[in-house]
Design a protein. Structure first.
Length: 193
């Protein structure tokens, strides 16, 4: 039985409640930011997980083919700092807390995502995207606005800006040339304001 999907959600881009439109008939895709796995999940994690689980189940109930993707942020400042204070590596720390995450989600009865990309698998691409954006903005002249703090979001950039560089480079397998490029990006981010 296919149930008509009548769904209206708040659109943060327009500031209005709008009817959800599908890009492809009969299919819906959800990308939900997942946890940063450096500690046990808390109530807020449970809330967002349940909200999107209910949405996903509703879409499935209406007969839509749903692809649900939720990432794992397995490297950032908090991960590096927590691993250092615990005397372990970022990858060991995140492997442990990712397992704790899945146990908690299973206990809540939340359906597991169809795909679970890990941030560490995309660091090189993130650096490329930041470089492309900074280069583009530089061509726009001094009126271009870059929030250099966005560059700090990746732990590799934190490594490039000092403090724990060897730890992050080792943990991520980032080559020295990438670290040098990140240092240049950080400087460029400061210049283009």
């Amino acid at each position: 039985v296919t149930v008509p999907c009548v769904l209206r959600l708040y659109d943060t881009a327009t500031g209005e409640v709008t009817e959800v439109g599908l890009r492809a008939p009969g299919r819906a895709s959800l990308y939900v930011c997942g946890p940063t796995v450096y500690d046990a999940p808390h109530l807020g994690h449970g809330r967002f997980s349940l909200v999107f689980d209910v949405l996903r189940r509703y879409l499935l109930f209406t007969g839509l083919d749903v692809t649900y993707v939720s990432n794992i942020t397995d490297i950032d400042d908090k991960v590096i700092e927590r691993a250092a204070s615990a005397g372990t590596t970022p990858s060991e720390l995140t492997a442990h807390y990712e397992q704790v995450w899945w146990e908690a989600m299973d206990a809540l009865g939340v359906l597991r995502p169809d795909e679970v990309p890990h941030a560490t698998a995309y660091v090189a691409r993130m650096v490329d995207v930041v470089a492309e954006r900074l280069a583009y903005c530089k061509t726009l002249g001094a009126d271009a606005v870059i929030d250099a703090r966005a560059v700090d979001a990746a732990a590799a950039v934190r490594a490039a800006t000092g403090g724990g560089a060897d730890l992050a480079v080792e943990a991520l397998g980032v080559e020295a040339t990438t670290v040098a490029a990140l240092k240049s990006l950080k400087k460029l981010g400061r210049m283009v304001q």
